[in-house]
Design a protein around this ligand. Structure first.
Ligand SMILES: C[S@@+](CC[C@H](N)C(=O)[O-])C[C@H]1O[C@@H](n2cnc3c(N)ncnc32)[C@H](O)[C@@H]1O
Length: 255
């Protein structure tokens, strides 16, 4: 998979994962996201979720009364989001488009966010667009796993080659550099946080088999089978009831 603007494998992966995505992913960042988004002045603008996927967070926000635009380049992922929004009768509008060419007017959005997705973007093209579309004193909140957090995760530690293959993820300093490159955007905060997840060997094996992360699309079939077998036997030695997952939260403010 190419580092940025990767359409081919990335598209195929998300096409296949779309119907089962919500069963594979956790939503532990929800309360943090809700309190961030709720704390900003929306100035009457909709909230924009960039690479909304199946609307795991954006449809939930819409169900809380926010008017949400959910943008994604994958129609199958977006269809899941639209289905959920219809079922919940909430104010969610799907937008087919790319993070590198936002189909929105300049200075039109006061609050935008992106979760678990920036490593898929061409980050410079994306930030050029963020700078253009965000209103003065507007906010952009990014939730992502940093590269070292990924290496320390249960996947990075026990699933062979997981962290070496996943070189798309950013380090905190990448975001600090963006702050220098984009003069209209100020890096407001950059935090790392962690949460415990209950350990279940069966569940971890099941989500690995179903290719929970797009990282698994970077393995050949034979490589994956071998790595899965090693992962499975390594998990036999896990004795705790929980494992730790980590995330980063980065907030940019338009000057
Ligand atoms: C791991 S999912 C994250 C979905 C959602 N934000 C969440 O947290 O559950 C990544 C999403 O990014 C989308 N995506 C990847 N590159 C993109 C791009 N350049 N522009 C728009 N969407 C993109 C994919 O189609 C996919 O739906």
């Amino acid at each position: 998979m190419k580092r940025s603007g990767s359409v081919i494998d990335g598209k195929k992966y998300f096409d296949e994962i779309a119907p089962k995505y919500d069963h594979l992913r956790g939503s532990e960042i929800w309360s943090s996201l809700l309190s961030s988004i709720g704390s900003f002045d929306h100035k009457g603008s909709p909230v924009l979720d960039i690479a909304t996927g199946t609307g795991l967070f954006s449809v939930r926000l819409a169900a809380q009364g926010f008017h949400v635009l959910g943008l994604d380049r994958n129609p199958r992922m977006l269809m899941q989001a639209m289905r959920k929004a219809r079922e919940q009768h909430c104010s969610f509008q799907a937008v087919l488009g790319s993070a590198e060419q936002l189909p929105l007017l300049g200075n039109s959005i006061a609050v935008m966010f992106s979760t678990n997705a920036v490593h898929h973007f061409d980050i410079r093209e994306h930030f050029t667009e963020v700078q253009r579309v965000l209103r003065p004193r507007g906010y952009y909140v990014v939730y992502t796993r940093f590269r070292e957090q990924n290496a320390r995760s249960i996947w990075g530690r026990f699933f062979p080659h997981f962290s070496e293959k996943e070189i798309r993820l950013y380090k905190p300093e990448h975001f600090e550099r963006l702050d220098q490159e984009f003069p209209e955007l100020a890096l407001e905060s950059l935090d790392e946080f962690s949460f415990e997840k209950p350990f279940s060997r069966d569940r971890l094996l099941q989500v690995a088999r179903q290719r929970k992360y797009s990282t698994f699309a970077l393995y050949s079939e034979a490589e994956f089978r071998q790595a899965y077998a090693t992962f499975s036997s390594r998990l036999n030695h896990w004795s705790d009831k929980f494992y730790l997952a980590e995330m980063g939260r980065i907030v940019f403010r338009r000057r």
